[in-house]
Design a protein around this ligand. Structure first.
Ligand code: BGC
Length: 355
């Protein structure tokens, strides 16, 4: 078990960016940048015992700042989309950065994802990242202090714990935007992975990817992942929801009790033998199949082609600030936001069951 810190580059204003590497006793490792508290690489073992990097990403600060589609980034203060880029708190109306088609606020305009975070090693297997968002940044009320603690233990589970507190009443919805490829980055698409999601319901969206505000049953739809399904078998089904989003890019309502760490999803790749189990305390998970990736060159110059990575972004549902019937992510001044998400890795043979 060890933590190493190495220089990664410089911000445009000259501040230093570092990479922290946590390595466990099975030689699995996670590489995390102080730029965006970003997961840069995760090295797992395939069924032949070879190292595979299962995360998409870039090799330089410049590429992250210029080319990123949020690869591995921490997202906040409010992840996913906010319709009309605005919300109300009491009698006050807040206008937010409208960074998608000048209409929608997506991932808060990237504030947390492209900021420089502080980092401190808190254990032989854990690093804590911290960032304070100024009041009014991106239109969001409150000076909000955030902590994200990454740890990697010998059970090959990457745990991410989030905490945040603001000095004003505000909305908080944090996630990580890792794109995984369990065949290894650069080894083709994720269409041959099987996906299982522990959800009876999902939140259908309009043409702008904003939820209507209702939870629909997955029964009889391409969104039924209660049993493992090969992603490629359904992603191009002629279905209005899939046509709106160009493939899976939807929030699922994770079954079980919100606040409890419970199974969320399980993804398996037969070629590598790697299985990933996701657990979360949060109400939902965005399964995004990398439909908008378009060949941008990432680590070692390898292109990130359409659907060459998938995201399981644990979260409050999209547009929660404008959807009173969704589980709420409103926090009073001084009230603490807390959540936990775990990504557990196994290689053929070992298993947790997401059901
Ligand atoms: C969204 C996608 C978007 C991607 C990159 C995901 O969370 O669901 O629609 O393309 O983030 O911004």
């Amino acid at each position: 078990m060890s933590v190493e810190r190495i220089p990664f580059g410089l911000m445009p204003d000259g501040r230093k960016v570092y990479k922290y590497i946590i390595t466990n006793n099975n030689e699995y490792s996670v590489h995390i940048l102080t730029l965006g508290a970003t997961l840069n690489s995760f090295i797992a073992k395939d069924k032949n015992g070879e190292n595979l990097d299962v995360l998409l990403g870039f090799d330089s600060v410049e590429d992250y700042l210029e080319l990123s589609d949020y690869q591995g980034a921490t997202v906040g203060p409010v992840a996913n989309r906010i319709g009309g880029a605005s919300f109300d708190i009491g009698a006050k109306h807040y206008e937010l950065v409208a960074n998608e088609k000048d209409v929608t606020c997506l991932h808060s305009g990237g504030e947390f994802s492209f900021a420089l975070w502080n980092a401190v090693v808190v254990d032989s297997d854990a690093v804590e990242f911290g960032y304070t968002s100024p009041d009014g940044q991106g239109g969001f009320p409150g000076e909000t202090s955030v902590k994200v603690i990454f740890s990697l233990k010998d059970d090959n589970k990457l745990t991410i714990k989030y905490e945040a507190v603001s000095d004003r009443d505000t909305f908080i919805n944090l996630t990580n935007h890792a794109y995984f490829n369990l065949k290894g980055y650069g080894n083709g698409t994720i269409l041959d992975h099987t996906m299982q999601i522990n959800a009876e319901k999902y939140t259908p969206v309009d043409e702008m990817s904003i939820p209507y505000g209702r939870n629909d049953s997955v029964e009889g739809t391409p969104f039924d992942f209660r049993k493992p399904v090969m992603i490629g078998d359904r992603i191009d089904d002629d279905n209005e929801q899939l046509n709106f989003t160009g493939g899976f890019d939807h929030n699922f309502c994770v079954s079980g009790e919100i606040g409890e760490l419970r199974p969320c999803a399980e993804t398996f790749c037969a070629e590598s033998g790697i299985k990933m189990n996701v657990y979360t305390t949060l109400p939902g998970v965005q399964f995004y199949a990398g439909n908008f990736l378009n060949g941008t060159a990432g680590k070692k110059g390898v292109p990130m082609e359409k659907r060459s990575g998938f995201c399981l972004e644990t979260q409050y549902y999209p547009d929660t600030p404008n959807k009173p019937d969704f589980p709420q992510c409103f926090f009073k001044a001084g009230e603490k936001y807390e959540s936990e998400t775990v990504y557990g890795f196994h290689t053929a043979g070992g298993s947790d069951n997401a059901q």
